[in-house]
Write a protein that binds this ligand. Structure first.
Ligand code: AMP
Ligand code: ZN
Length: 472
């Protein structure tokens, strides 16, 4: 498989450090609110990378963090008058629900920054010992110029960066923060401010800097060298550049072999972001569309190209997904009426054709995860299935078509099954039946109905006026 590596700026053949195994680290969200669909793009794209590597037989160790200590979380906590942890835990849970609805597999490990503080302190100590960091008044800074390769990922020249900071020295002096040796130095550990969460450290009470988290968590859960490090392209500089500086300076080895960055999800050709206010949360979109459609939409473009979000494009994805599901359900209908069990001689060529489609799909995915082309192949296979299978076909051929469509869609994290949506009337009837079961003290049946409704995303609420329900 070839992967476009931001470090080399070309498609490199993927060779894992340990044969048959892959360690992937994906920078996760800062949990201070519901995630927006821009945040969902890296989640979906790199989950698909993981699924494809697993399909190819690799054992994947997939690590993605939650940044649960941050200025934005603290701000939100202060607004609500609660502890930071209340905010971060709430939005971690909500984020996990969104990820599940987008069919993003749970990471092997989902570390939280606040649970990794001792290891962060020890990495800072190592950096100080090695002369790469220094402490001033409770703040520890990374000495950027001490790391000769600084800028190698973002292709920035350290002297140009310095020039960009020309006025900074003056600004820092004005704000009283002129304690840095060099404006390029960045924070590893910051001292506690009133009302902020903090931990004891050799430099007094404080909290870690954002960049440090990922260096520490990837080391702990994957190792000093990771195979693939991924995230959105806005993270290349300074976040990933700083991660490289910290990790390589502390560990004395290369940090990540392959760097993958997804392009932005845009709206009216502008990056979707919280700060611009031009975003939709996954939750909002989930009220209008089955989130599987959003996943399919995200994969309809190559992950490195910008993707414009619009209702028209989502509608196209909806129709496309229906086409796949209709094909599979039609194959299942034909299977019921088919009478011949084993492959007919006349069908042997068809098997070769089906295998060719699978190979074509793999070629697309091997070419830097080209899901757009891979989806075209799934459509071609649907067209082939619809024009080839009839009730005179053998069950073996029809099953093969179903199996391969299932398999390829599975790699994309898409189900070929039609989702059964409960209509309002059916829900009302089930609720009536549950009430009657309760009256008859048949609690097992009552619970069964409640579980069934929960499974279908229907939430029941017992009120004095009776049972109310809503869709989750
Ligand atoms: P954040 O919580 O802002 O650190 O973002 C979490 C992840 O979402 C990072 O990998 C970002 O690069 C990514 N991201 C944020 N906005 C977008 C967007 N509009 N399109 C694609 N990825 C995004
Ligand atoms: Zn990171």
């Amino acid at each position: 498989m070839k992967i476009f590596n931001t470090m080399t700026k070309k498609k490199d053949e993927f060779i894992p450090i340990n044969e048959g195994k892959v360690g992937i680290y994906v920078c996760g969200p800062t949990v201070y609110d519901y995630i927006h669909i821009g945040n969902a793009r890296p989640m979906i794209v790199f989950d698909t990378l993981r699924r494809y590597l697993q399909y190819k037989g690799y054992e994947v160790n997939y690590v993605s963090n939650f940044t649960d200590v941050d200025d934005k979380i603290i701000k939100r906590a202060n607004e609500e008058g609660v502890e930071s942890i209340v905010i971060s835990e709430r939005y971690i849970e909500e984020c996990k629900k969104d990820m599940a609805a987008l069919n993003v597999m749970e990471a092997t490990t989902h570390p939280k920054a606040t649970e990794e503080i001792p290891d962060m302190i020890s990495m800072v100590e190592t950096l100080i010992e090695k002369g790469h960091a220094y402490e001033v008044n409770g703040t520890v800074y990374f000495r950027t110029r001490s790391f000769a390769d600084y800028g190698k990922l973002s292709k920035k020249n350290i002297d140009d960066l310095e020039a960009g900071h020309r006025d900074e020295k003056h600004k820092l002096k004005v704000s009283g923060e002129d304690e840095k040796e060099d404006p390029l130095d960045f924070v590893l550990w910051k001292p506690k401010k009133e009302g902020e969460p903090s931990w004891q450290s050799p430099w007094g009470e404080g909290r870690p800097g954002w960049h440090l988290e990922c260096s520490v968590m990837s080391k702990k859960y994957i190792g000093d060298v990771i195979d693939i490090h991924a995230g959105g392209e806005d993270l290349i500089f300074p976040h990933h550049e700083n991660e490289i500086a910290q990790s390589e300076a502390a560990n004395g080895t290369e940090f990540a072999r392959y760097w993958m960055h997804n392009g932005f999800l845009k709206i009216n050709n502008e990056k979707m972001s919280k700060s611009l206010g031009n975003f939709f949360t996954v939750r909002e979109i989930g009220e209008k569309y089955d989130l599987e459609i959003i996943r399919f939409f995200m994969l309809s473009a190559h992950y490195r190209t910008p993707l414009n979000f619009s209702q028209e494009l989502v509608e196209v994805s909806k129709t496309g997904l229906e086409r796949i599901k209709n094909t599979v359900s039609r194959m299942k209908e034909i299977l019921e009426t088919a009478t011949v069990d084993s492959l007919l001689d006349s069908e042997k060529d068809y098997v070769t054709k089906v295998n060719d489609f699978v190979a074509k799909f793999e070629n697309a995915m091997d070419d830097d995860l080209n899901t757009a082309d891979a989806i075209s192949v799934v459509f071609e296979l649907c067209k082939f299935a619809n024009s080839t299978a009839t009730s005179e076909s053998s069950k073996e051929l029809i099953n093969l078509l179903i199996e391969k469509l299932d398999m390829l869609c599975g790699v994309l994290g898409i189900s070929t099954k039609k989702k059964e949506v409960l209509l309002d009337e059916e829900i009302d009837n089930l609720i009536k039946e549950r009430q009657e079961a309760r009256k008859a003290k048949n609690f097992a049946r009552a619970d069964e109905i409640r579980d069934l409704l929960t499974q279908k995303g229907i939430i029941l609420e017992d009120t004095r006026e009776g049972v109310r329900w809503k869709r989750a």
